[in-house]
Design a protein around this ligand. Structure first.
Ligand code: HPA
Length: 275
């Protein structure tokens, strides 16, 4: 069996594990953002590799566990750790967590990631609500799949709540910006020339994940929101070099701000009365 391909057995296993909980919101945590898990109540978790066809995740700072519990009053399914193209998986395989979320009944997914800031308005520590994306990998999770369709991505990312969320967070000294996220395969960071090219094409930030997951979420009819934590200025925007340790450190320093963001986002985005 190919890893992360057909997830039907894993979905049955996860269903059993979740019962009697039925979370409608899934959250995929980006690098360094796992501090939020300390706020998860009545939680239980299982390692990815306990599900058929799911390998452990290999990247430092990506935990590789699925958690279920109540976060700020909302029942959530949290994927701590994801799969990436740069680990050698294809674009379909990296979407396995989101396909799993869809299969067990989630109706919304919040995708989070660490990203390099390109737009001059963005500083490390800021959050960016993703309004649209630019896919520069040439990969698409639907290529060659029986699930392929000409999906309409013209309104992929939820963003109606942006202005209100930004205002509420500003009152707590948390910067929320918005912008277009570019997807690059990694694992090397971009060159300054690539970052300049991305900038001239309208990208505000760049990341190595999220976009295939958003495409698949739309394919399965889930509502999608995506938030980037700007962990560094993109290559060439800063005299210092880039490294993964800085990305993780910035993530853990942003735990309190991320908590506030999620709390407020839940109120503004989720239907009232949803649990
Ligand atoms: N580029 C791509 N992905 C990233 C970056 C970056 O600068 N920072 C964190 N993830």
């Amino acid at each position: 069996m190919t890893l992360l391909d057909d997830i039907s057995a894993a979905a049955q296993e996860l269903d059993l594990f979740l019962s009697p909980m039925q979370p409608h919101l899934a959250i995929v945590l980006g690098s360094g953002l796992s501090g939020i898990l300390t706020k998860l109540e009545q939680q239980k978790s299982l390692p990815y590799e306990h599900l058929s066809g799911f390998p452990a995740t290999g990247v430092k700072g990506h935990g590789g566990r699925i958690h279920v519990g109540t976060l700020f009053g909302t029942s959530v399914l949290i994927f701590n750790g994801r799969y990436h193209l740069y680990e050698g998986y294809d674009a379909w395989q990296v979407t396995a967590p989101v396909r799993l979320a869809a299969q067990v009944g989630c109706q919304r997914v919040l995708l989070t990631n660490a990203a390099g800031g390109i737009d001059a308005l963005l500083s490390p520590g800021d959050f960016m609500l993703v309004t649209d994306h630019l896919n520069f990998t040439g990969a698409n999770p639907l290529i060659g799949r029986s699930e392929r369709q000409f999906s309409d991505l013209s309104q992929l990312y939820a963003q109606d709540f942006y202005t209100e969320l930004r205002t509420q967070l500003a009152a707590a000294q948390i910067q929320l910006q918005r912008g277009i996220l570019a997807w690059m395969s990694g694992p090397s960071y971009e060159t300054p020339a690539e970052v300049n090219a991305l900038e001239s094409l309208g990208a505000a930030a760049v990341s190595m994940s999220t976009i295939p997951e958003a495409i698949i979420a739309r394919r399965y009819g889930l509502e999608v929101a995506a938030v980037s934590l700007i962990t560094n200025l993109a290559a060439g925007k800063n005299r210092q070099g880039l490294n993964h340790e800085d990305v993780l450190r910035l993530g853990s320093q942003s735990t309190r701000a991320f908590e506030q963001l999620l709390k407020k986002l839940f109120v503004l985005w989720l239907p009232s009365g949803s649990v």
